[in-house]
Design a protein around this ligand. Structure first.
Ligand code: CA2
Length: 146
């Protein structure tokens, strides 16, 4: 059975492609997931994508992934800057996790500069636009196949 990579997206990222294209680009979340799937299939991984606007649902998805996923790519959205609970959930996961931010959070408002998540993940990709998700998948695969 194919091993699974999970992509988790947090609040408001379901709006990608609909608003603020100057910050978040023109692609929808479905476009991004399809691009990532091309990469995961090449390496015989199955891709599962989840998005939620609710902190508890994101934590549930991370806890479930402890049993079912080989690795996780996560864009926690605004919860990156606020959620100790999400950080604790990620810290409890044994599989590799890569954090993605579409925008360069360090070049934006000061409240976005700190991510509670970054210290407990294996890598952070930030400011590379929506291509960052593909870079994160590539990194995860490198960690998993070597
Ligand atoms: O740059 C990123 O990926 C962020 O994680 C996106 C979050 C933001 O709160 C973080 O500081 C950085 C916001 C996601 C909102 O997504 C939208 C997409 C389209 C239209 C409106 C919001």
């Amino acid at each position: 059975m194919a091993k699974t990579i999970l992509i988790i997206n947090g609040p408001n990222l379901n709006l990608l492609g609909e608003r603020e294209p100057e910050v978040y680009g023109h692609k929808t979340l479905l476009d991004i997931e399809s691009e990532c799937r091309v990469i995961t299939e090449k390496y015989s991984f199955k891709l599962i994508a989840k998005q939620s606007n609710h902190e508890g649902e994101l934590i549930d998805a991370i806890q479930e992934a402890r049993k079912s996923a080989a690795g996780i790519v996560i864009n926690p959205g605004a919860y990156s800057h606020t959620s100790v609970a999400l950080r604790d959930a990620i810290a409890s996961v044994d599989v590799p996790v890569v954090e993605v931010h579409i925008s360069n959070i360090h070049a934006r408002e000061e409240f976005r500069h700190y991510s509670f998540i970054s210290a407990v993940v294996d890598g952070v990709i930030c400011g590379c636009g929506t291509d960052g998700y593909q870079y994160a998948i590539q990194r995860l695969i490198s960690l998993l196949v070597h």
